[in-house]
Design a protein. Structure first.
Length: 217
């Protein structure tokens, strides 16, 4: 929940503080990040920062919640809910995430750094928040999917887990390969073409033969 004192600021000043904090935490992680650098970048007094946030931890966790909310809201808004095929829906999800990486490189660099964060002061809370948001996102993303296309006897939940892990692993790999300086330069079409090859293999494994002639070897 956004602190009320911070909410009362003009949007331009809010954005200045948030951008400065995102940049510092993304580059240095929680423990090494300097609030002195944040206030310098945001052009505010240090006392004012702690007037809005009780501690560096509160600021960090607020940023995590705030950036996840931005990403998930736009992410879900990009999906075509009339599409009932799970693989086509997942392809949309990959495309949406790649486009958001290009649109918000600093935010994704921050989230990537936060998900690698080892500080005991925030690790447990980050894991709880990430699990909750991720599970809610996938529940929403898999609404109204046509599971009748899967082979008889397939454990659909386990199949979905395999499919999701593949998609998440692919996206994480591309994010890592791009690095902090070039997320906005991702070649979406090339990456989707590569992703399609993985999705095609998974279709061959899990869909009924009449829907996909090939078999999982």
């Amino acid at each position: 929940m956004m602190p009320s004192k911070f909410l009362s600021l003009k949007p331009e000043k809010q954005e200045r503080i948030l951008n400065a904090a995102i940049k510092e935490f993304a580059r240095k992680g929680f423990e090494k990040a300097s609030t002195n650098e944040i206030v310098k970048e945001a052009n505010i007094g240090k006392g004012m920062l702690f007037h809005y946030f009780k501690s560096k931890k509160d600021l960090f966790l607020f940023l995590y919640d705030h950036t996840l909310d931005i990403v998930m809201t736009e992410f879900l808004g990009k999906l075509d809910w009339n599409e009932k095929d799970v693989f086509n829906r997942l392809r949309q999800m990959v495309y949406a995430k790649l486009e958001l990486m290009k649109k918000y490189p600093e935010i994704f660099n921050f989230l990537m750094a936060a998900n690698r964060e080892s500080s005991g002061e925030v690790r447990k809370e980050l894991e709880s928040r990430n699990k909750e948001v991720t599970n809610a996102g996938y529940r929403k993303a898999f609404e109204d999917i046509d599971f009748g296309k899967f082979k008889e006897g397939i454990d659909i939940q386990k199949a979905l887990n395999i499919i999701v892990w593949t998609v998440e692993g692919f996206a994480a790999k591309q994010q890592e390969k791009a690095g902090p300086l070039s997320l906005n330069e991702l070649h979406t079409d090339e990456l989707l073409a590569e992703m399609d090859r993985y999705l095609e293999l998974l279709k061959n494994c899990f869909y009924k033969p009449q829907l996909k002639a090939s078999k999982c070897s």
